[in-house]
Design a binder for this molecule. Structure first.
Ligand code: 6PG
Length: 244
């Protein structure tokens, strides 16, 4: 873990984590809008960020110059119960506060390789307008096995060194996923990990106190070349920040 660019913020519970993360997202948005007139945010999937998305929906912020992307998606249609797009829509995007043309959905219903190609094309078209294909802020979660986005231990997508988006088959889930790759994530101007729950203690402990000689967990490979990494961890997961 590269400590000099890593910030750890501990919050008492998921509600406090969501509130603090909402502040952080809006701070990043303000900075991006000041500097470039647009804010490019990539959402994380899973369950942890739901409260954050609800907080953003209730924040009263002006989203007119926000572009919302996705860090990964399951290979399912947008209305499927497993869809990250559906989760984010129910919690926030369905309210139409972000202009529809500025919500960039990964088309999970397409054949995976095609979905990855289409999404990379849309990312470049949307982000490239500011000159560099870089996210302003990437929201990420942490799996119990140390995965992040859909970069799972041992997955082919982890080895991708040039493509910005990859289709990957996740053995343990027997499921296809579409994910941003490390080259894309490590171009982010900032990364915010949201981690809640006692089931994340072991992964956090391995990340922050594991054997430096061991194969790094996927989340440890997210090291933006110029960005900062912030970890927001709730009380239940925070035991993992302490060495045994
Ligand atoms: C996904 C996410 C994934 C998630 C972690 C943590 O599509 O599931 O992108 O990386 O962030 O699995 O998930 P929870 O927040 O549900 O614990």
């Amino acid at each position: 873990m590269s400590p000099h660019r890593t910030r750890i913020i501990q919050l008492v519970d998921p509600a406090a984590l969501a509130a603090r993360a909402c502040e952080e997202v809006q701070r990043a948005a303000h900075e991006a809008l000041e500097q470039r007139g647009v804010f490019h945010l990539a959402l994380s999937g899973g369950s942890t960020p739901k409260l954050l998305y609800r907080a953003l929906a209730e924040s009263g912020a002006d989203f007119s110059r926000w572009h919302v992307h996705f860090g990964d998606e399951r290979c399912v249609p947008p209305g499927h119960a497993d869809s990250n797009f559906r989760m984010a829509s129910e919690a926030w995007l369905g309210r139409g506060q972000v202009p529809a043309a500025q919500v960039h959905r990964i088309q999970g219903e397409l054949e995976p390789a095609q979905a990855a190609r289409e999404y990379e094309r849309e990312l470049v078209a949307s982000l490239g307008a500011t000159g560099e294909v870089r996210l302003d802020l990437a929201l990420l979660g942490l799996g119990t096995d140390g995965h992040t986005a859909s970069l799972f231990p041992g997955s082919s997508a982890l080895a991708e060194t040039s493509a910005r988006v990859a289709a990957t088959f996740v053995e343990k889930l027997a499921a296809q996923r579409i994910t941003l790759t490390l080259p894309m994530l490590n171009e982010s101007r900032a990364v915010l990990f949201l981690v809640a729950g006692s089931d994340k203690v072991d992964a956090l402990r391995e990340l922050f106190h594991g054997d430096p000689e061991a194969r790094p967990l996927p989340a440890a490979l997210v090291r933006p070349r110029e960005g900062n990494v912030t970890w927001m961890v709730d009380g239940a997961a925070a035991a993992g920040l302490q060495d045994e």
